[in-house]
Design a protein around this ligand. Structure first.
Ligand code: ADP
Ligand code: MG
Length: 331
């Protein structure tokens, strides 16, 4: 996969370069760099979100309100997400869990503003999301989301500079601070190809956090890592969250990862993606694996994902154990 893929995934909105970019004092070193700026700007556009006509009275930071999303290819219309409603509160670790193809990435891209909704609305702080903005930053699964011609520090600085969020001195300061937080201070001057997969993901996380986004969006960020590194990255993400208390929306297809990473888990069913249930998972953490409660929650989610009929019967007559994990049946 060539690297620009991560910045040009299907469904991304290709925006033309902002006029301020053309007036940037420093010319780009290469065509590739200018193209990168285009891609990043389409993600970190400085345009403020347009306030919705009905400002939500809800206290949720991020609200997905009966959202359906269709992909139209020629005469075919594919409904990827059907009337999904979710509320994400500040400092929550919200997980979207579901099998491949159930619309997790689509929903996350809609939150980021890369994919338009067909019906319903997404609101951030009461204002309707109508495109990408620097208040939402995404971390992808692919290791090649870092431009290879920039050093690690330059990679972290780049969106801050490209979106004019900070000047050079502050961008550098923030880059060094967040690289320290992900344990990569010693690697600030190397290029991405000199890093392991886990280290590249740490750089992507540092780059995202350095933007101080209102919401950090992560699309299966650890799925391509080996099991041990993945576990380590989950630990590090939770430690970062303990320290910084950012608001996280995290996509995974792993039940175990959802239970460990999330404080709340939304379970999606496929074709089209609908919300099946929501589970409070505050009680579970890195040390919970193997406990009876963890196994019970794991099995309950498994049933919801793969055996919906039985899950319905089980949940209806199983109020005590449902209460233990705060399970709320949605459909
Ligand atoms: P997930 O992330 O849960 O695996 P996706 O959001 O990637 O699911 O996809 C949901 C559905 O939408 C799938 O059926 C997929 O094939 C379809 N889809 C995703 N992206 C596009 C696209 N750009 N054009 C058409 N269909 C798409
Ligand atoms: Mg996906």
């Amino acid at each position: 996969m060539r690297w620009p893929y991560a910045f040009a995934q299907d469904g991304d909105v290709a925006l033309s370069r902002g006029s301020w970019l053309r007036s940037a004092a420093e010319p780009y070193a290469s065509l590739a760099e200018a193209e990168l700026a285009d891609r990043l700007i389409s993600r970190v556009s400085t345009s403020p979100p347009v306030p919705s006509q009905q400002v939500s009275a809800s206290t949720a930071l991020l609200e997905v309100d009966r959202v359906s999303i269709d992909y139209v290819t020629g005469a075919r219309v594919l409904r990827a997400t059907h009337q999904v409603s979710l509320q994400v509160h500040a400092a929550e670790r919200f997980v979207l869990l579901g099998a491949s193809g159930c619309g997790k990435s689509t929903l996350l891209k809609a939150m980021a503003g890369f994919v338009p909704v067909s019906e319903g609305a997404i609101r951030l702080g009461g204002a309707q999301v109508q495109g990408p903005g620097p208040d939402r930053v995404m971390v992808f699964q692919e290791f090649d989301q870092l431009p290879p011609w920039k050093t690690v520090r330059e990679n972290v600085m780049f969106p801050l500079l490209a979106s004019r969020r900070t000047g050079k001195a502050e961008a550098r300061e923030r880059a060094d601070l967040y690289l320290e937080k992900v344990g990569l201070s010693r690697f600030a001057d190397v290029h991405p190809h000199q890093l392991s997969g886990g280290m590249k993901q740490r750089v992507a996380i540092a780059r995202a956090l350095a933007m101080h986004p209102k919401v950090l969006l992560m699309d299966e960020p650890f799925a391509a890592l080996d099991a041990l590194t993945r576990r380590r990255m989950q630990e590090e993400l939770l430690a970062l969250w303990e320290e910084l208390r950012f608001t996280l929306v995290f996509v995974t297809h792993s039940i175990e990862e959802a239970l460990v990473v999330g404080s709340r888990v939304a379970i999606l069913s496929p074709h089209p993606g609908r919300l099946r249930a929501e589970i409070n998972t505050h009680a579970f953490g890195l040390a919970s694996g193997g406990s009876a409660e963890f196994e019970a929650a794991h099995q309950r989610i498994h049933r919801l994902l793969f055996d919906e009929e039985r899950a319905g019967a089980q949940t209806a007559g199983d109020t005590s154990s449902s209460a233990a994990t705060g399970l709320r049946r949605v459909a």
